[in-house]
Design a protein. Sequence first.
Length: 132
Amino acid sequence: PAAVEEEAIPEAQALLAVADLALRVGSVKYARALLTGAETAHPDDPGVLHETGLLALASHDEAGARARFEKAAQSTSARGQTFFELALLERERLGVNAPRVRELLEETVLRTPNHAEAYVLLGQKEESQGRP
């Protein structure tokens, strides 16, 4: 068999991946323990801000989540998913047809072209405005 090339993952990236997994399986306490130090050590890192935003959502802190997603979105390396999470929060606050929601969803698909959920919401928005 062909040799498998090993690739080292930076420690910070591994920590974020484990924290993301913890949040996805509902282990909020474990995710919080992992992310507490990361947020202090890397307060402007868009990946850390995204994950701590998800943690805030899991803790029912929408204002904290919004603040972290907004800050992460200011980075040129912010993920499309950050814009999507922010779009969902803004959709609840401003309504489905708010221009801000459309801007965030468009930025989502610009950064992550295969983001199906963003396309669905953009399509629903068009349909609700009577556009085919």
